[in-house]
Design a protein around this ligand. Sequence first.
Ligand SMILES: Cc1cc2nc3c(=O)[nH]c(=O)nc-3n(C[C@H](O)[C@H](O)[C@H](O)COP(=O)(O)OP(=O)(O)OC[C@H]3O[C@@H](n4cnc5c(N)ncnc54)[C@H](O)[C@@H]3O)c2cc1C
Length: 498
Amino acid sequence: MNYEVILIGGGPVGMMLAGELALAGVKVCVVERLKETTPYSRALTVHPRTLEILDMRGLKGNLMSKGRPLSRGHFAGLDTPLNFSVLDSSSNYTLFLPQSETEKVLEEWALNQGVMVLRGFEAVSVNQDKHGVDVEIEGPDGKSILRALYVVGTDGARSMVRKHAHISFEGSDATFTAILGDAVLSDLPPMSVISRITENGLVSIMPINEQIYRVLMIDLERRHISKDEALTLEEFRSSIIRTAGSDLGLRDVKWMSRFGNATRQAGRYRNGRLFLAGDSAHIHFPAGGQGMNVGLQEAINLGWKLAGAIKGWAPGWLLDSYHDERFPWNTALLRNTQVQTMLMDVTPPVMELRDMLSHLIRIPEANIQLAEQISALDVHYAADAESPSHPLNGKRFKDLSLKLGEGRIINAYQLLRQGEFVLLHLNANEENADSWETDGPLQVVHASLGQSEPDWIDVHTALIRPDGHVAWAVSLSDSDPMQTIKEGIARWCGGPAS
Ligand SMILES: Cc1cc2nc3c(=O)[nH]c(=O)nc-3n(C[C@H](O)[C@H](O)[C@H](O)COP(=O)(O)OP(=O)(O)OC[C@H]3O[C@@H](n4cnc5c(N)ncnc54)[C@H](O)[C@@H]3O)c2cc1C
């Protein structure tokens, strides 16, 4: 066995997952066909839930120093922007940062933890048997075989792993295409983001840095051209004139691309020893800037579960919970991007509907609902049916302010740096509250709430998962909390009592 896990594809999702696995002591290799990170960035936004998970691993500060926080997001480019600043999060903004920068930070993190990154190698096939997976790779010196216990296809929309794993990719083909270009616009009025929809189509313009702007357009005259047909400078300029009214002083185009609204999802995210994460598992129109964000959330959901299976502490059900937890949320994601693309149609009734919705999302509750969806702060997983019920079970773990035993105040996400479970005793005064036997990585913390948190007021103890969700919480009214905790730890983290 060369490695415990081979990741095929070193885009943002592959690098994040590699880092997660290495953090848990897994021997990982990433096979990436590109010799270096592409400078052309599809994604420009890192949304609040992604910033939260990066914060848990100590990566947020580095990204923040390279990007620009914006308190606004959008839904379908409606006239009323989404206000992220009212979200209940320590990251209540989106970070505007080119994907290439995010990828570099994640690759550096993975490399620093000893991940082997094979750049300039293409994986051409995967074959699994009872004990492992053979990966055939092709590099500068020809073909060779690597073997691992598990393989994850983080190899993007046209995933080779998905095809070789015989996993279906159901959904719909593109019904239109949009175009983008990164360029200098010398005749642009000062602004942060421009979004405009007319009978000619939709145009959205945002600054990437002080010189370069991203122009995104759905040009009604050009929207039925296949994504595979090259976009010329002449076509790009004509589309800007049609949708924005002038060419805005277009020059020095750095990159142009055409992309469509094909919407598909893998039928299963796992077949035996083969897994899918990121664009290999789902594709959709990039409305709201969610694809990379969601892929990074998958990486943090899968990493500790796969590590647990390899290290031997994970209960049998845990690895399958990756598909069960992520699939429904990605179904919802596909639906929200489809709704947004419907709203980008410029027929008179749709324009009326856009106007109506723009007014509605000025209502604070409506803003919060849509902003939580786009930012993925609404994500919660099904409560564990085997644990005593508590309203927090399965919910996203907030970055609580905690007062530790010795009086120090910390933000709770600092406890998740090492990707371990955190057993958070908030009101455990019993003896032996520190001595838990388990095979999984468990950190025991005694603390009190640094500020009032109504949802947490009745919590005796909670088990926080490595990906920042509450596995279970035990209420102060529990008749035998120490026994409930013991059983909960055994169920989730493995160990003598499991
Ligand atoms: C116009 C546009 C704008 C977007 N904007 C946003 C945004 O603002 N926010 C957001 O969250 N998302 C956005 N997205 C989506 C985002 O870019 C993708 O969701 C993200 O790149 C997916 O990451 P990934 O790692 O799964 O796949 P990819 O980024 O596609 O990476 C896959 C990697 O695998 C490698 N690979 C593939 N096959 C093999 C093989 N056989 N062997 C070796 N290597 C292989 C590829 O070279 C590539 O590096 C946008 C997409 C588009 C098209």
